[in-house]
Design a protein around this ligand. Sequence first.
Ligand SMILES: *Cc1c(COP(=O)(O)O)cnc(C)c1O
Length: 245
Amino acid sequence: MDRRAELAEALAHVEARVAAACAAAGRARDEVRLLAVTKTFPASDAALLAELGMTDLAENKDQEAASKTREVAGLLSADRARALRWHMVGRLQRNKARSVARWADEVQSVDSERLATALATATRSALDVGDRERPLDVLVQVSLDADPGRGGCPVGDLPALAEIITQMGGLLHLRGLMAVAPLGVDPGRAFERLAVAAERLRADYPEADRLSAGMSGDLEQAVAHGSTCVRVGTALLGGRGLASF
Ligand SMILES: *Cc1c(COP(=O)(O)O)cnc(C)c1O
């Protein structure tokens, strides 16, 4: 099977899973966005997914994404390239903010005031020189376990960070929360806690209505608990091997 057919088949399968999860949760299919996580896979795969109709692609490392996003645009028609939205979902060092602000439409992994400040500064420069046209959509990554090494803002620190982000008016646009289910626990339980945090945030900031949760292995549980964005890599593109998470 050629790669296009392989990706088309995987996409149909993932689409069916998302549709079934929405139906089981009594939710409309269009409440949940499907994000293809293309990390470690070549630009040609990302372009094929775009040609198959996907508009939302995600990467987790600036170094890889900065060149890949340009390459993908070059492989697509102008219309398709313009329709693409790139999401940054990985841990981000402040010194990468300038680069990320040039290619990302949305950063889902904001977890500190320092990072938010760096992204706001970088967004202002990118807007000034015409490298981007819109403010940066951001999600706060929430830590659902006690391990700070994996990134994410502790649930208790969310209100303060949300407040800081909304004060960076015109540069950062707070759109919601993101989380990765901790290893070794029932993802349903983790997503339940996340849903409570998301509800609280939405009460204070009605525009922060996105909830990015669920990956290849746990998208059903995430959709059951209100996810509006599932981030799928392996189930669409295949395995990445060991050293690439
Ligand atoms: C890699 C990655 C995913 C996709 O994971 P799969 O299990 O391959 O679907 C989702 N979210 C984040 C933050 C990732 O780094």
